[in-house]
Design a protein around this ligand. Structure first.
Ligand code: KIV
Ligand code: ZN
Length: 511
């Protein structure tokens, strides 16, 4: 079977989409998940776009050993030099340069003639090649470009040393049949087409990204660019989990293999959602909570008789455990450790201990602890660890008074650097009152609420409430997460974490 290179751009195309920004520690956490999942290439960022991006590409390049690490660059000397500076320490560095080739982009965005674009594609690929053997060239908006012009540009890039040529469907405009035909056309008409790997990079504006990527592969592409959970500009990019599992589930139709360890998919998906403060839509293919839920009686009956009646993939193949051994207050540390390990969490001794302590606290509030509860504890632990160095305020205690005929009041006690702070506020409901009291103590910069999201981790009325809050201030988002059987407590924790991040950013700006 031909092997397909999986190029993950969660940290570049995914991260640049609204509401998905990540800080350095979060990006490293995602990069580690991607490495563990065995993607072939991690596009770690767009080094020239900001000092923060440069720093994170450089750090990831130094940290990742088992994948190639790429930085994006426009087709100009400064971008390429900066990209190289950022990735040069990687075990297998890649420079990914791009220039638009569609009439619309060339005329209105680049204000360049086709001949100038052709020249830039060639000279800038040659410039990148001076630094590094692994060069990817992308023809932005390729699917709305003239095919014969595209042949000339791709030919020029390959002659100048590109080892991968990427054909992006930048605005999610193409269709599967057209994508397949375009790749076939290029492979047939570019003289040295066998000297480079053809790649597809599809956006999902018409919901066709996965279908278009797979069609590109049938046309001869051997690299797919994708993101975890399909994150990305507008409607997103091709979802990694969808293309990988489609090829794995239908090898007769797609006789291709990848290096991906699919048992890491569920974990990577949850890590990314946790970090960006979103959760999977329930019906999202592969990673949504309902992907393996069977509600209709006829389906349940069939699945009980034989799983294959209504399931084409197994939860286990994605790393989802179906073993429902219930843990509770009599379960010991080893049982919890074992369970966490079999759920894929290779935690250190201290992390395991911390999770066990949280498990015990939860046992006092909830009778049966499910895998979903344990996973939530482990993931919140990971996020808290990422945030631990932020040294902000912590919740000491709170007390609310609320009813449907009086105004809610909340008293909050916070702690920072050993000092205790207390205040009380009224509000439009207990959560508003709590947030007002926190604002009175911390006095964060002006912000708005971008997302305030509560979801239950498992079933039952004693379920854990998982709260995500995203604050928006001066165009940047600050995420906080909280987990508790008490949704007010979870909300307060999430709000304090988001406000701590906002304050840290304000302090950094003020020097
Ligand atoms: O969508 C696109 O065209 C891109 C390129 C920069 C590869 O993201
Ligand atoms: Zn893109």
């Amino acid at each position: 079977m031909d092997q397909i290179v999986i190029f993950d751009t969660t940290l570049r195309d995914g991260e640049q989409s609204p509401g998905c920004s990540m800080n350095l520690k979060e990006k490293i956490e995602v990069a580690r998940c991607l490495e563990k999942m065995k993607v072939d290439v991690i596009e770690a960022g767009f080094a020239i776009s900001s000092p923060g991006d440069f720093e994170s590409v450089k750090t990831i390049a130094g940290a990742v050993k088992d994948c190639s690490v790429a930085s994006l660059a426009r087709a100009n000397v400064k971008d390429i030099d900066t990209a190289w500076d950022a990735v040069k320490e990687a075990a297998d560095p890649r420079i990914h340069l791009f220039i638009a080739t569609s009439p619309l982009h060339m005329e209105y965005k680049l204000k360049m003639t086709p001949e100038e674009v052709l020249e830039a594609a060639s000279t800038m690929t040659a410039h990148a090649k001076k630094y590094c053997s692994n060069i990817e060239f992308s023809a932005e908006d390729a699917t709305r470009s003239d095919w014969d012009f595209l042949v000339r540009v791709v030919d020029a890039a390959i002659r100048a040393g590109a080892t991968t040529v990427n054909i992006p469907d930048t605005v999610g405009y193409t269709t599967p049949a057209e994508m397949r035909e375009l790749i076939e056309y290029l492979r047939k008409n570019v003289p040295d087409s066998d000297k480079a790997i053809f790649s597809v990079h599809c956006h999902n504006d018409l919901g066709l990204a996965t279908a278009n990527s797979l069609a590109g592969v049938l046309g001869g592409a051997r690299q797919i660019e994708c993101t975890v959970n399909g994150l990305g500009e507008r409607a997103g990019n091709t979802a990694l989990e969808e293309v990988v599992m489609a090829m794995r589930t239908r090898p007769q139709v797609y006789p291709f293999s990848t290096r991906i360890d699919s048992t890491q998919i569920s974990r990577a998906s949850r890590t990314v959602y946790n970090i960006i403060g979103q959760s999977a839509p329930l019906n999202k293919p592969i990673v949504g909570r309902n992907a393996f839920a069977h509600e209709a009686g006829i389906h349940q009956h069939g699945v009980l008789a034989n799983k294959q009646t209504y399931e084409i993939l197994t939860p286990e193949s994605l790393g989802i455990q179906t073993n429902n051994i219930v843990l509770g207050k009599h379960s010991g540390k080893h049982a919890v450790e074992d369970r966490l390990r079999s759920l894929g969490y290779n935690l250190t001794k201290d992390e395991l201990l911390a999770c066990f302590e949280e498990f015990k606290i939860l046992c006092d509030k909830k009778k049966n602890i499910t895998d979903a509860d344990l996973e939530a504890i482990a993931e919140h632990r990971a996020v808290s660890q990422l945030e631990a160095e932020e040294n902000g305020y912590k919740l000491n205690w709170f007390s609310v008074h609320t009813s449907n005929f009086t105004t809610a009041t909340c008293t909050v006690s916070l702690e920072k650097d050993g000092e205790k702070y207390e205040d009380v506020c009224l509000g439009d409901g207990p959560i508003d009152a709590a947030f007002n009291a926190i604002d009175k103590i911390i006095r964060p910069a002006e912000h708005t609420f971008d997302i305030y999201n509560i979801h239950s981790v498992s079933e039952g009325k004693d379920t854990l409430g998982d709260v995500t809050i995203k604050l928006m201030s001066e165009g940047k988002t600050y995420t906080g997460k909280g987990l508790s059987t008490d949704v007010i407590e979870a909300s307060i924790t999430a709000y304090i974490k988001a406000v701590n991040k906002l304050c840290a950013a304000t302090e950094a700006k003020e020097g």
